[in-house]
Design a protein around this ligand. Sequence first.
Ligand code: RUQ
Ligand code: CUA
Length: 622
Amino acid sequence: MKKWVPIASGLLAGFVAATISFADFSNSTNNQVASNSTKSDAEKVYVPFGEKDDYYLFASGGHSGQMFIYGVPSMRHIRTVPVFSPDSATGYGFDEHSKKMLGDYTWGDLHHPAFSETNGDYDGKYMFATDVGNSRAAAMDLETFTVKDIINVPNTSGPHCAAFVTQNTEYMFLPTRFAVPIGSEYKPLDDYSDQYRGVMSAVTFDQNKDKLNIAYQVALPPWSYDLSDAGKKSSADWAVMTTYNTEEATTNLEINASQADRDFIVLFNWKELEKMVADGQYDEVTGQKMIFPEKHKGGIYLVPVAKSPHGVDVTPDGKHFIASGKLAPSMTVFSFEKAFAAIEKQDFAGERNGIPIINYDSIMEREVNPENALGPLHTQFDDKGMAYTTMFISSEIVKWDPKTGETLDRVPVQYSPGHSVAAEGDTVAPDGKWLIALNKIAKDSYLSVGPSHPESMQLIDISGKMKVIQSSPVNPEPHYAQIIKADKIKTIEVYPKDENNKLATYKQDQARIERNGNEVHVYGIAMRSKFIFDAKAKRPDVIEVNQGDKVFIHLTNTDFDEDITHGFAINSYNLNIEVQPGQTNTIEFTADKAGTFPLYCTNFCSALHQEMTGYFLVKPKK
Ligand code: RUQ
Ligand code: CUA
């Protein structure tokens, strides 16, 4: 592999040029490549056919709007689950439920996946994610790996910071990346500081109804909120999030949002905010309960931090939070305990927008600057509480001790890691063993596919001295990921029969077509290897309607058999849905085109899959 000199873009490049010459890079520790893995390393990642991986990796699909599921340690791609974008492979965005969830959106930008937690540990029930592109949040159920609910978050533009759940999945907090006026109304940018807000939403998930809800919102100052993390154990009622552009620049942010030496971490007590809302301490705006911190006092504090911080991560013991520099080559360790004491004593250094600023020196535990390490972004933890921070600019992972600040180990990665993810590495009980660098640039790592390359995920054995031992290309873009022990996830094999579901048809002789004015309801069956739409008809596998009819097809897969999925597509009608074993799914459309349209099963299901066809006949209007 060629040696590649990391060239960061924009401000980072300016920063690099200003602080370190490229010659320094070639002389730094970063002159090895990953290809020094050996045969015994290969055995560690080889999972023989028939055996399963130890962990699931859920990687954000970025602007594909999807989630990528891999096995660890093999790094085999197992599945792509569509979340914020339609997907013809699964009919997502075509059937009624998913079509309603997606609305008019045809893309999303999925950044930070988060598992549901119980007592600060992944419980394997749900996965949450947010969409920076269209300000949404989604909940995926891990029995079926399908999305159950999507919510649009008003007053927010790009909940990049999220999703991070509190210790028992009480909330996820969705602060905005882009400040906008409340209600996203038109307001001139000259009025930015007065009229724009950085609204944060407290979102809950009802596990009985599979529903996301907005409990309340907070009208924070018009800054950009970057990353957040929830407290754990003694800090469980608290959460932290980084800010940038506290300069409140409205143009050329590359320069203007990096003027001040300090930005802030917002530290807030969500139990207190919850109480304020219960006590009526909020204003009702745009149908939301909105806390205005300058008016509804309490629960929110600012912690000064080196300029333009990026990640902030809470240690597994819940005692510290660590901010990473992005523009300052250091990680800053803060103490929750000291912060609580400072709040108690009102040890404040003024305020901004009515929010008290805690004295930096009172709660800062240490600033950590590993030699020549540049561009720290995000931190994960192992089973001994050791920290692993990605260095975007110097393209490496640095292992260090949060209690002493001592650098313990470092390994180069290829190249420019954003996040990394350790096995259960953001819980109260990380597993150790594996860490995956989520690299923004793959460069010369894989067979070329033209000018744009895939991203790369490199598996690092962290059980001893860190070593990169496997790598996998991945579609754009793994912003963040989560690794969960495989045995925590309990998937179902078939959808159970639901006799209460009026749309389901389990008995062949009950397949029928009902007409009501110009509405046609088909209660059909998909089974190996035929469709039955109307059991009594001369041709049970044919649907005939009139041009202009509103057609509802309720299709039940009556093969209660592992992995026997059927599809349903009508040629030239731009329709395709999937029915998994035992599932009933509905598709609704208007038969606007007259003609003869073959229909067929899109999912290979038996030796006679090719025969699983029929006709959709649309009689022209007179
Ligand atoms: S951010 S590369 Cu979208 Cu998670 Cu830090
Ligand atoms: Cu059913 Cu192919």
